[in-house]
Design a protein. Structure first.
Ligand code: UD1
Length: 435
């Protein structure tokens, strides 16, 4: 298995370009299931999760071609309506096929994703919404099966503004008969982009980006042509890297309007943030000011930046209180940061991070995607060498991570972990008990 080795302490300087957003590319690629014909989605990042989408679309019968960041999906013939366990367990977002398959073909069978490292993550709200639209949902052998002759528009209140739930229901409602209103809907930029894409396909979606989304169903949609927006979480990760290394980095392609909560908190922490034409420039301060954050649905502080922001706060001048309000178990990085000298105490869903003078390199283990990113950030700022194992998590969400950081002056490389040779056990023949 590969690991990442970082010799920390270099100040990061220069320009880095943000890749296409993983969390937008995923629903956009699944939205191609809504209409027959040849779709084209560009600026798709080269990530493990995208590879999983490609496999899933292919299993369903679509013909997928990939040239660099451009995906061509011919979704004319969909031969299967089943998302199998093997794919859903490697990527939970696979449940996003539910809405489009049900809407277009009247039938979908999707493995239930089960829990994951950061929480239970049920899909009850996706199912409740589909039921309200007339779907018959059954559970069988770990699979959710949904059937409907044609979905009907409905008024749906989401108990929590779930991102995936909002996306699934928006796609389902796009082809339903009548009007669907989603209340307490998620308002993330990825939702706005999906609504825009559905409208480009001939759909009628209004209100995306607010808590009420109104979708007027249409009889059919046409193929999509769309370029994925820049990844706000990747962009934020580079900004924090600059802040932690007293660097000076221009994050090219970062969209300031998507980053209000993070930029506000960085400024509060004494980090210099300059919004330039087509880029955000970040200069790290001599000393970081400790600030508090609470993760919340958009436009609140993103849970996907919590681990990275915590890495920043480990070097703060006093104590920072970090509350995680979106997922119930998203502090897996804490123990690993502690191994690097961070002073963090957890109580329930709150962490108190007392700033230390410096972090010390150590062998650490990645536990989930964003937790891994926080360890990379800590390693970049730490003295000595940090070795991060289980980095397949990083490959789910960061494209060319080492290359991009090295171009900014970091010393980070990927090495193959060679298993130490274990001598074969001695075989003793003929003794009693040798079975
Ligand atoms: C998406 C993002 C993920 C991000 C998260 C929150 C993608 C591919 N992933 O995940 O990176 O961290 O939004 O911003 O876009 N919940 C329920 N019932 C449901 C659905 C969700 O209780 O039916 C709960 C979840 O357990 C969680 C919270 O709602 O505690 C938020 O989940 P949700 O917004 O659905 O996250 P995802 O769409 O899975």
């Amino acid at each position: 298995m590969d690991k990442i080795v970082i010799h920390g302490g270099n100040r990061l300087k220069g320009d880095v370009r943000v890749s296409g957003a993983k969390n937008s590319a995923l629903p956009l690629l699944f939205a191609t299931l809504l209409a027959p014909g040849v779709h084209r989605v560009s600026n798709v990042p080269n990530l493990r999760d995208i590879g999983t989408v490609e496999k899933l679309l292919t299993i369903l019968g679509a013909e997928v071609r990939r040239e660099g960041g451009v995906f061509t999906v011919d979704a004319t013939r969909i031969a299967s309506v089943e998302a199998p366990y093997d794919l859903v367990r490697t990527m939970r977002a696979s449940v996003l096929v539910l809405g489009p398959l049900l809407a277009r073909l009247g039938h979908a069978r999707v493995s239930l994703p089960g829990g994951c490292a950061i929480g239970a993550r049920p899909i009850n709200l996706h199912l409740k919404g589909l039921e309200a639209m007339g779907a018959k949902i059954t559970l069988d052998h770990g699979y959710v099966e949904a059937k409907a002759r044609r979905l009907k528009g409905a008024r749906i209140y989401l108990d929590f503004p779930t991102v995936g739930g909002t996306e699934n229901l928006m796609m389902a409602a796009a082809l339903a008969k009548g009007v669907t209103t989603l209340e307490n809907a998620a308002a993330e930029p990825e939702i706005v982009e999906l609504a825009d894409a559905i409208n480009c396909m001939g759909g009628k979606v209004r209100g995306a980006g607010t808590d009420t989304i109104v979708i007027e169903g249409v009889d059919e949609l046409r193929p999509l042509g769309y370029a994925v927006m820049p990844d706000r979480i990747e962009a934020g990760t580079f900004m924090i890297a600059a802040a932690m290394t007293r660097g000076d980095v221009r994050v090219i392609g970062a969209v300031p309007a998507h980053q209000d909560a993070l930029l506000g908190k960085l400024r509060e922490a004494g980090v210099e943030v300059l919004v330039e034409e087509g880029a955000i420039r970040v200069r790290g301060p001599r000393k970081i000011t400790s600030v508090n954050i609470k993760t919340q649905p958009y436009p609140g502080f993103p849970t996907d930046m919590q681990a990275q922001f915590m890495a920043l706060m480990t070097l703060g001048n006093s104590t920072s209180i970090i509350s995680e309000n979106v997922f119930e178990n998203r502090f897996m990085h804490v123990c690993e940061l502690q191994r690097m000298g961070a002073d963090i105490a957890i109580e329930g869903h709150t962490a108190a991070v007392r700033g230390v003078k410096s972090l010390l390199g150590a062998p650490v283990m990645a536990t989930d995607l964003r937790a891994s990113a926080s360890l990379v950030l800590a390693g970049l700022a730490a003295d000595n060498t940090t070795e991060i194992s289980r980095i397949y998590h990083l490959d789910r969400g960061y494209e060319r991570l080492e290359e991009k950081f090295n171009e900014l002056g970091a010393d980070i490389r990927r090495v193959s972990e060679v298993k130490e040779a274990v001598p074969a056990p001695l075989k003793v023949v003929g003794l009693a008990g040798d079975a």
